[in-house]
Write a protein that binds this ligand. Sequence first.
Ligand code: ADP
Ligand code: ZN
Ligand code: ZN
Length: 748
Amino acid sequence: MSESLFSLVRVAVNRPLFQTFTYKVPHRDNDLLKGRRIKVNFAGSEQIGIILEDITDKCGSDEETLSKVKSGELLDNTPILDDDILKMVTFGSSYYHYPIGQCLWTALPKILRDGGVYAYEAIPGLELIADSDSSCAKLRSPEQREIIEVLKAGPVRRKILRERGFSSQSENALIKKGLVRKINLEQPQQHWQDNLAHLRNELPPDPNDEQQQAIDTIAAKKGFGVFLLNGITGSGKTEVYLRVIEQVLRGGKAVLVLVPEIALTPQTFSRFYRRFNVPVASVHSQLSDRERLDAYLDMAKGSAAILIGTRTALFTPIPNLGLIVLDEEHDSSFKQSDGFRYHARSLALIRAQQIGCPVILGSATPSLESIANVQKGNFIQLKLTLRAGGAKRPDFNIIDLRHEPVTDGLKAGISRTLEDKIGEETAKGNQVLLFLNRRGFSHHLLCHQCGHVFCCPNCDTVLTVHHADGRLHCHICENSFPIPGQCPVCKSGELDESGFGTEQVEQFLTRRYPDTGLERIDRDNVTNKVQLEKHLEKIRNGQSQILLGTQMIAKGHDFPNVTLVGILDVDSGLFSDDFRSLELTAQLLTQVAGRAGRALKNGTVYLQTHYPDNLLINQITDPACSYDDISTTLLESRRKLKLPPYYHQAFLLSNSTDRKKAHYLLTELLTAIRPLMREYPDVTATPVLSDKIEKRHSRYHFHVLLSSSSRQSLSSVLDGIILLLKNMSLKGDVRFAVEVDPLSSSPG
Ligand code: ADP
Ligand code: ZN
Ligand code: ZN
């Protein structure tokens, strides 16, 4: 250790720069500097940076060296990012070719990015007032009674009550009645590890043989290992997670559970709250900045034992991390689609490797990437083939739309056959789930006289007709326009609507079956969790018998009384030019079908199609053909066509309000990289191509697809491209980005 009063540190700042910068800070003995925030003067302005490394010993700290560096001011007394996260983010920066400072900024809660204090403030909670027993007994509202039951175990944060599905109105009513009071729950209670004797809140079911084998295999693995828990819907994957989590908690270690945003329902939370007597923290899109930082602190300081969250939760410091679970691992929401375009699954493996803990990837429909990793021996596959509780796989039936009469229903998306089945099933008191991944009333508006189609002025796409607000909507830029009375080209007033969306299906069915009750769930009428819960509750309590929705209903929810599932439009997924669309369609259909007959009742799935001979449709409906068989077929063709997961891909992306300039940047770049490409003959590049929808949000989008059998070569070429770009100035408002491991064959 030097005698100097200063330390030299390497700092990353939030700028689009790949290099790091050296500053000096007042020296404090042996305090760890790595992972703390530092306020520095950077290019004339004040910036917050993250210390990546203490380089005092490497560079020396003599007067001369020190006099050349600017000094910075430490913002934290302790690191706010742990070593494993710094290593994971540093890896991510080089793997995804995105500037390290900007990667770190993606990782941090907003309050910390903005220089806020790394500490709790008062956290609002509720506490039961003693001696209120007799008044509680008189409560008429079931929700208020339930809140009282929860509070009997001790004070609870209001955020947690909300996640469990309670409304703030009920809480406030209880405060008014003098039964509960607001308190500050800032101080974490005792260490959860001290209470392990009472870890279980409820007695779990006995695992079946398959589950037991999965649990034992995972438990036997000491250190890093990746397990693909491949189990059909309802086979008890979550139960396996809970069992393994229990063992990890008993060892005094904490657990990270990553789920898609859409799956973070009160049911998901309550499963964890109900099972374990430990504090659970959460990270998702509906938290305030303050709540997000509180969850971060809960984990970093070890006061919570389990973190459940969406992809950004991966960046939360967890000093004692013993297990990472990634549920619905095939879900595309684990990939960030702008800025730092990371995939949480890829980075989670890096983090687990750093600390030497197991990872469980769970899915009923694993990604082809993960299946290929099983084949390569990188992941261990554990299969669950039986439905817990004995429910059977649903029967599949194809409705050949070519032979259906053209009825009003058919025009609105419901064939006569399906219409009748819906009637029969609901008459028996059962429930029906209808899936259509298209919102709005009609797909587009067309002039009967001249064929003019109404398109978005900002995007290359048709406008969807919405009757609810009487407007035409762009589903890309979200702009909307009044429904016009006449054609702007030929002035004809004869405008026809064409194609159906959820709004139209709803209108048809509520007229056809006025007494069954219908809940429609799509982004137009469900914009938050409270609304979603309201609709789902009506299905759960049987008030409504028909559930109609987009992919918002495909996952995460259990509907035990659903005996009929209708897939209204499979065809749109079959003929896309994206090589991933068959995989996505197979996953989506399998997931939706998994909603049927989950309890004792058997389910039937009807698929409406004009292409009953299509291979994928036949595989999905064939009782002898499983998702695994379908994925084997798909993987075979990926290998032949030199596509992922056997080949590695990356996009070079450009966009601008000036079409020429956006195109020119990539043309120029392709010319500039010719010598580089000669060094790496195993990397191929396409010419400059328009994105599938070239104009979006009034900007023109182009891309080049790079592809290689060698990830190393591809990465080296991308490094070279980043270097070249440093010397090419971006003209006008041209933007450039690299996307590694893209999830579609054309961006946008
Ligand atoms: P998945 O996550 O695979 O969809 P879950 O873990 O949610 O499956 O299990 C489906 C249902 O079966 C749940 O209600 C769960 O409590 C129940 N269950 C799971 N495993 C068992 C078991 N071994 N015995 C009895 N019930 C079980
Ligand atoms: Zn016209
Ligand atoms: Zn638009």
